[in-house]
Design a protein around this ligand. Sequence first.
Ligand code: ZN
Length: 269
Amino acid sequence: MKILQNDPDSIKIKVQTHVPLLNTLRRVLLSEVETFAIDIVHVYRNESALDDNQLAHRIGLIPIPEMNTENFQRREHCSCNLDCDRCCLHFRLDVLNTTEEERVVTSTDFVSYHTFSLMENVLICTLPPQGQISLLAKAYLGNGKEHVKWSHIAVPTFRPFPVITFEEKPDNVSASTSDLFLFQRGKIKPNFEKDVSHLLNYNGKTIRLTTGKAKVITAEVFIQPHEKDFLFSFQTIGTFNAKQNFNKAIDTLCRKLDTLKKALQTVVA
Ligand SMILES: [Zn+2]
C-alpha cells in the first residue's frame, strides 16, 4: 500500500488487494463509521424565510469537525434517561437582527455547550430587520446507514491502477502536452493531483512530448489497467481528515469481523 496523495480533505492510495475487499471498505467508509450529527431541533422562534422543517434539515447537514467519538455512547445504548453528556451534544442559536439590513445567519452564530463546535461559516438562513431566530439543536452518534447526514465522506471510488507504456519509448522526455502525465527520472507516471479517471481514454492515442533537447515529438501511448494494483480514493466533508477516516473504516471492519468470528465460534462450540 502506498499513499499517493494525502490532503486534509481527500486521499489517493495505491493498494494491492481484491475487488471484494475494496468494495467492502468503500461501503464501510460510507455507512458504518460513526459520527455526530444534529438530529433533533427545538425551534422556539423562527422569523426567517425557511419553515421549521427546512431549517432543521439544513442544520442537520452541518458537519461537526475533528470530533473524537471514542468517549461517547449511542443514545440507545446510554444508561441515562435523556440526553446526558455521554450521548448528546447541545448547540444553541439565538440571533436578533437589530440592523436595518437583512442579516445572514451562519453556523458560526451557534453557541456550543462543550468543546466541540459546528463547522464555521455554513449559511443557514437570512433574517429580515428585527427578525429573530431561537432554537436548540441536539447532536447524536449515528452512521450513514441511518441517514446521509451521518456519512462523513464523498465519492469513494476504486479503479485499476493505470500502467503507462509507449509503443517506442522516447529518450529524455521532460514534459507532455497533457497534465495527466508526469515525467520523473525518465519515467512516465499518472499525475494524481489531477482526475486520472480519464487516463484510460488515452489508450492507443498519440501525445506530444518534449525531450531533453527541447524538441517536441509525438509518440503513441498505451494505458492498460493493472491486474492487481488499484487506485482507491475518497473525499471528506470535514468531520475527520482523510487518514483518520481510512483508519476508522479499517477499525470498524476489524471489529465487525471479530464479532462475526466470535459468533461463529459460539455456534461451532
Ligand atoms: Zn446519555
